[in-house]
Design a protein around this ligand. Structure first.
Ligand code: SF4
Ligand code: SF4
Length: 485
C-alpha cells in the first residue's frame, strides 16, 4: 500500500457507547438518583436525626429571633449598608474596623478546619443552612405528599384533583417558608419591624422588594430543587475538605469487613447459619441509600458527596436492631478504628488548628475590647502650605473629621500638641451624634520665632468630656509647615 493511499484511507468508527434503557419501573425501583433523576429521600428516625432536629431548631430560632431584639430603642443587630455600619448591641462596627472582620473570618475558617479534621463534614450534615432548609422542605413534602414510595408514585401519576391539591399545598408551604426566611434575612439589613409591615401592605421601596423576592426565589430553588446539587457540584468546601481528612478523622463509614458478603436472608436465621452461608451482616435492604439526601451508597466507600449527616447510620442501626445484630455496621468512625486500631485524638494537625484558633480568637477578643469608639481624620489644606496672619503668626489650615463610632451622642474637646505655644483657631468643643461624622475646619498659628524651617510634627488630641467614667481619647499626628519668608 502506498503512502498516499494510507493518508486517504478512513478508519471506520463505530459508536460503542452503552445504551441504558430506563423504564418507568426502573425509575421506581433502581436508580434513586442520577444527574437528571430526583432523589426521593426516605424519612428516618434515630439519634443523629434527633440531634439534627434539635440543632436545627436552635439554629433556626437564633436566626429568626436575633433581628427582632432591641437595644436602647434600636434594632440590636443591624447591618446598615447605606450608612456603612454594623450594629451589634452596644458595639457599632465601621469599614475602619476591618481587622475585626478579618479576624472573625479567620476564626470561622480555622474553626471549620478544626471541626472537619476531627469529625469530617459534620458542619454540612448538621448545621449548614442548605441542609437545614432542605430537611425542612423534605418534612413538608413528607407530610403533604406522603412517604417516599407514595411520592414516587404520585410523580409517575397523571395530574388529577388529588395530585393537584397536594402539589399546590406543598408549593404553597415551600413559598411561605422561603418568604419568611427571606424577610428575616433582609431584616438583618433593614429595620425588620418596618420591613414586615411595609412588605405586607405593599409599601416597600423597589430595592427592598427586589431583595426579598430574590432571596425568596433562592431559598425556594435551593431547598426545593437544587438540594444535593448545591453540595456536590457548587459548594467549594466539598472540594477541599478531603485535604483536612486523615486516618483519625471521624467520618461516616461502612464496616465492609463485617457487612460483606451482603445479601438478603430470613430473619429467623441464626448468625451461625448466616455465617455458614458466607453472608455478612448487611442484609442489602438499601435503606441506607434511600435515606441519603445526596443519593449515594456509603457501602461504596468514602465519597466527596457524603455530608456526614448520619441518616444512613440511623437507618442501618434500625435494621440491625430489628435483625438482632450488633449496631454500627455504618457508624461515625475513623479509618484506624475501622482497621481494628484506635483513633489518635491529639495529633499534630488537629493541635495545630487548635493553636491557631486559640491565637486568632484571643486576637479577635483583644481587638474588640481595645477598640476605641472614636476616629479622627486630619486633612491639611492643600491650597496653601502656610500663610502669615495680620499679627505676624504663621498659620496652617486643617479640616478635622471626628467620627463618633458609639451609638450615643458625645461631646469632644480638641487640643493641639507638639508645637511651642500654638494658637488654636476654631471650635475647641463639639457635640457629635452617635454614628455620625462631624467636619470641623480649624487653623493653628505659631510665632515664627518658635518654629524651625521645614516640616514639624503636630498632634491633635480629641477627648470626650461629658462622662468622666467613660472617657474616650485619641491622638492623631499631622504636619505643620513653614518654609520661611
Ligand atoms: S441499611 Fe445496613 S443492612 Fe441495609 S443495605 Fe444499608 S448497610 Fe446493608
Ligand atoms: S452517606 Fe450517609 S452520612 Fe453520607 S450523606 Fe448519605 S446519608 Fe448522610
Amino acid at each position: 500500500m502506498s503512502k498516499g493511499q494510507n493518508m486517504n484511507q478512513k478508519i471506520p468508527v463505530k459508536d460503542v457507547t452503552p445504551v441504558q434503557k430506563v423504564t418507568p419501573q426502573d425509575k421506581l425501583t433502581k436508580p434513586d438518583y442520577s444527574a437528571r433523576n430526583r432523589i426521593y429521600v426516605r424519612a428516618v428516625q434515630g439519634t443523629f436525626e434527633n440531634i439534627r432536629r434539635f440543632g436545627g431548631l436552635i439554629f433556626l430560632s437564633v436566626f429568626a429571633i436575633i433581628p427582632w431584639l432591641q437595644y436602647q430603642g434600636q434594632q440590636a443587630v443591624l447591618i446598615n449598608l447605606a450608612e456603612q455600619r454594623f450594629n451589634i448591641f452596644m458595639v457599632t462596627l465601621w469599614p475602619q474596623d476591618l481587622t475585626i472582620l478579618a479576624y472573625s473570618l479567620i476564626v470561622a475558617a480555622f474553626g471549620l478546619f478544626f471541626v472537619t479534621t476531627f469529625a469530617g463534614r459534620v458542619w454540612c450534615g448538621f448545621m449548614c443552612p442548605q441542609t437545614t432548609w432542605t430537611f425542612i422542605y423534605i418534612w413538608f413534602e413528607e407530610k403533604i405528599e406522603g412517604a417516599r414510595n407514595k411520592r414516587m408514585k404520585l410523580d409517575q401519576r397523571k395530574m388529577d384533583a388529588d395530585k393537584f391539591i397536594r402539589k399546590s399545598l406543598k408549593h404553597f408551604a415551600w413559598v411561605a417558608v422561603a418568604l419568611l426566611t427571606s424577610l428575616t434575612f433582609v431584616g438583618y439589613f433593614t429595620p425588620i419591624n418596618e420591613l414586615f409591615i411595609n412588605f405586607f401592605t405593599l409599601d416597600t421601596g423597589f430595592w427592598v422588594a427586589f431583595w426579598v423576592l430574590f432571596f425568596t426565589f433562592c431559598t425556594y430553588a435551593n431547598a426545593g430543587y437544587m438540594r444535593e446539587v448545591m453540595c456536590t457540584h457548587m459548594c467549594p468546601y466539598a472540594r477541599f475538605q478531603s485535604a483536612m481528612f486523615d486516618k483519625d478523622t471521624y467520618t461516616v463509614a461502612y464496616d465492609a469487613q463485617r457487612g460483606e458478603q451482603r445479601g438478603p436472608r430470613a430473619r429467623k436465621l441464626t448468625q451461625e447459619d448466616v455465617k455458614a452461608k458466607g453472608l455478612g451482616d448487611c442484609i442489602d435492604c438499601n435503606l441506607c441509600v434511600q435515606v441519603c439526601p445526596t443519593g449515594i451508597d456509603i457501602r461504596n466507600g468514602l465519597q466527596y458527596e457524603c455530608i456526614n449527616c448520619g441518616a444512613c447510620v440511623d437507618a442501618c442501626n434500625g435494621v440491625m436492631e430489628k435483625m438482632g445484630y450488633e449496631k454500627n455496621l455504618i457508624s461515625f468512625t475513623s479509618e484506624h478504628e475501622l482497621k481494628g486500631g484506635t483513633t489518635k485524638i491529639f495529633r499534630a494537625k488537629l493541635l495545630g488548628y487548635a493553636a491557631v484558633l486559640l491565637v486568632m480568637t484571643s486576637l479577635l477578643i483583644f481587638d474588640i475590647v481595645s477598640r476605641v469608639p472614636l476616629e479622627v481624620d486630619i486633612i491639611r489644606d492643600r491650597n496653601s502650605l502656610f500663610r502669615e496672619t495680620n499679627q505676624g503668626l504663621i498659620e496652617n489650615v486643617y479640616t478635622l473629621k471626628i467620627l463618633n463610632k458609639s451609638q450615643q451622642d458625645r461631646s469632644y474637646i480638641i487640643n493641639v500638641k507638639g508645637l511651642v505655644d500654638p494658637s488654636y483657631i476654631g471650635d475647641s468643643e463639639v457635640m457629635v451624634q452617635g454614628g455620625e461624622v462631624f467636619t470641623l475646619p480649624i487653623s493653628v498659628a505659631v510665632d515664627p520665632n518658635n518654629l524651625e524651617i521645614g516640616t514639624q510634627k503636630i498632634f491633635f488630641n480629641v477627648r470626650t468630656n461629658d462622662d468622666p467614667d467613660n472617657v474616650v481619647e485619641t491622638e492623631e499626628p499631622s504636619t505643620f509647615i513653614f518654609t520661611g519668608f
